[in-house]
Design a protein around this ligand. Structure first.
Ligand SMILES: Cc1cc2nc3c(=O)[nH]c(=O)nc-3n(C[C@H](O)[C@H](O)[C@H](O)COP(=O)(O)OP(=O)(O)OC[C@H]3O[C@@H](n4cnc5c(N)ncnc54)[C@H](O)[C@@H]3O)c2cc1C
Length: 528
């Protein structure tokens, strides 16, 4: 790694005026959009943002599941929800459904919805569900959203204003269309400069900062801050700075994917409002519904199954749904599970796949891009001198966030009782489960997850998400009636009754996902 002397006093007062974003995939365009909307261009006065991407190296083209944070991100960047839905073939996503993760039996399925459990804003009512589940799953009892999820409904009506909903929601989007959509907006409306060229050399200043990059066509691009969104090639953070990559393969075994696009058999086919994750013998299959097609793929561990074996298993999944046809084109993707030892080094920050990737379970990659872009915007110092502290803060936060994501993803495997293949058995070995997760699981035997269980205020996965996964997968927290009280017990009953009624009312009034999306195409949503 290039390690260098601290910049001189002169360098310290050098203003941060030029930002170069390297890479035009989802990470590059979200980051450029967030920064450009936060620091609007003011001629010679403001900050200039340039994005360079290589036309020879297309973006990865997968990554279709998002989080509700995307609504705020799009709003901040200044696009309308109607344009986004129409141009990115996007649909509404209300959570995830995990099929076959517990024991692989016929009825093995549960939801992780986006709406918080009832009462969550004030109290932890999970212990009262545990005391008396009334024959219902945790998610069904504590969240009205499982109703709309299981019926493929939209989270809103055509009259509900843009970016607001009757239930918390995110999107499924066409990754191949999202980048170009943001590109157009960033160039036309936010003043981002753009060029297609390939970086072939990175030049450093005395002291170690990057001074400029040189492109294939011979251009020299200088900047004060470089944002590495170059995907798995990690051009700046990896190849130039040599920041070590911390592999997590010993915890999360997934290292390959087969991806395929499935056309709908009929034009007005229903569109699922969840990402469906179906367990297989060496990983799991994702199934995402867009307006024009489905995106399906098998992420698997090559240590547990050959590429050919995984392809056959994916084909069986498709065949079972009547979706296997000879003209499907399957694409193989290698996944290196892990993240960088640091993300911001000297005058360079890595965002997106260059910073790390684990696996797409719970779609945590794009949300990390959104969070990183906002953190960079919030921490951006006026001069180079402030960058050292900005980098320290950023690295501390994101190291913690990546570690927490590893734990949360591993939780899904650690709780499984499947023993039908080595993949599932190996996933439960003591040495593959991080101590941080083992300690929590031990604690949660005697305590329902709650905010104070985590050390940071803004957790990527809140206690609510842990509750949905733990109790969805049949985890047992020991009953402790001496810790319960009648006031909260009555409140829990009231809320659970109201949840059931609310779910029924929504099922009767919400349009189907497809129905609303067709209306959006025709009429558009009401602007805010
Ligand atoms: C199988 C799979 C499924 C996934 N599913 C999800 C999901 O459901 N939800 C989710 O949140 N995330 C998901 N992800 C992750 C998601 O795809 C990525 O986080 C997201 O697409 C961001 O990618 P990126 O922009 O960092 O990189 P890329 O899309 O790879 O873009 C890299 C860019 O860098 C440019 N570049 C590279 N080298 C150079 C050079 N020398 N000069 C100039 N430009 C260069 C390229 O031209 C390209 O524009 C998934 C990932 C995989 C592998």
């Amino acid at each position: 790694m290039v390690n260098a002397h601290p910049p001189s006093a002169n360098a310290d007062s050098h203003p941060i005026r030029k930002i170069l974003v390297v890479g035009g995939g989802t990470a590059g365009w979200i980051t450029a959009g967030v920064l450009a909307s936060r620091y609007p261009r003011r001629g010679e006065e403001g900050i200039s943002i340039t994005l360079i991407e290589s036309s020879q190296q297309p973006p990865i083209g997968v990554g279709e599941g998002t989080w509700p944070t995307m609504r705020a991100t799009l709003k901040q960047i200044g696009v309308t929800e109607t344009d986004f839905l129409r141009e990115c073939d996007a649909s509404f996503k209300q959570g995830s459904q995990f099929v076959g993760w517990m024991d692989g039996s016929h009825s093995d399925a549960y939801y992780h919805p986006f709406t918080l459990p009832v009462g969550y804003e004030e109290r932890n009512l999970a212990p009262y569900w545990l005391e008396d589940p009334r024959g219902q799953s945790f998610a069904d009892s504590m969240c009205f959203q499982t109703g709309p999820c299981s019926h493929g409904l939209a989270p809103k009506m055509i009259t509900t204003p843009e970016f607001t909903g009757l239930a918390n929601y995110a999107y499924h989007l066409d990754a191949g269309k999202f980048g170009p959509f943001l590109r157009q907006h960033c160039i036309d409306k936010l003043g981002v400069d753009h060029l297609y060229d390939e970086i072939v050399r990175v030049e450093a200043k005395e002291g170690g900062d990057i001074s400029h990059v040189v492109t294939k066509s011979g251009e020299t691009l200088a900047a004060d801050l470089f944002i590495d969104c170059s995907g798995f090639s990690a051009l700046l953070i990896g190849k130039h700075f040599g920041v070590p990559f911390l592999s997590k393969k010993d915890v999360l075994f997934i290292d390959k994917a087969w991806a395929v696009q499935i056309p709908y058999r009929v034009e007005d086919a229903a569109i699922a409002s969840v990402t469906r994750a179906t367990a297989q013998s060496a990983g799991w299959v994702w199934d995402i519904g867009l307006t024009t097609r489905r995106g399906v793929g098998y992420v698997f561990s090559s240590g547990h199954m050959s590429e050919d074996g995984a392809l056959e298993e994916l084909k069986s999944y498709l065949g079972a749904g009547g979706d296997l046809s000879p003209d499907l084109s399957f694409r193989k993707i290698d996944i290196n599970s892990g993240y960088r030892q640091e993300f911001w080094t000297r005058n360079c920050v890595a965002v997106g796949l260059s910073a790390g990737f684990l696996e797409p379970l719970e779609a945590s990659a794009i949300v990390m891009i959104e969070l990183s872009a906002k953190s960079i915007a919030n921490l951006l110092p006026s001069c180079r001198g402030g960058m050292l502290e900005a980098a320290r803060l950023f690295n501390d936060t994101y190291r913690y966030r990546w570690e927490r994501i590893v734990d949360f993803l591993k939780l899904h495997y650690a709780l499984s009782r499947r023993s039908d293949s080595r993949f599932w058995i190996d996933n439960r070995t003591r040495e593959s489960i991080p101590d941080s997760l083992s300690n929590c699981l031990e604690f949660w035997r005697d305590h329902c997850p709650w905010h104070e269980d985590f050390s940071h205020r803004e957790e990527v996965f809140s206690a609510a998400s842990y509750q949905y996964i733990l109790y969805g997968m049949g985890f047992q927290t020991r009953p402790a009636p001496w810790l319960l009280n009648d006031t909260d017990r009555n409140l829990a009953r009231e809320k659970m009754n109201a949840t059931a009624l609310h779910a029924k009312a929504l099922a009767a009034s919400l349009p189907g996902n497809r129905e609303l999306l067709s209306k959006v195409r025709q009429y558009g949503l009401q602007k805010i």
